[in-house]
Design a protein around this ligand. Structure first.
Ligand code: ZN
Length: 70
């Protein structure tokens, strides 16, 4: 029951008047879960922390967009 509302909850801190921001945030959150492309070797990069990405292929750690790369 609680798990279902998780996405809304994370966007809920912006308040009810930010409907567009909320939907944008949900979009961003869904992008986060997808694989990201390493800018160096075009391999698969994994998000280590906010804005920190690690490439599985070339093992480079780099700073990128906070939520997703491309
Ligand atoms: Zn790479």
């Amino acid at each position: 029951m609680a798990v279902k509302t998780k996405k809304i909850k994370s966007a809920g801190r912006f308040g009810a008047g930010y409907g567009k921001v909320k939907s944008k945030l949900i979009e961003v959150e869904s992008k986060q879960r997808k694989k990201q492309i390493c800018p160096f070797c075009k391999g698969t990069a994994k998000r280590k922390a906010k804005g920190i990405w690690e490439c599985k292929k070339c093992k480079k750690t780099f700073a990128g967009a906070v939520y997703y790369l491309q």
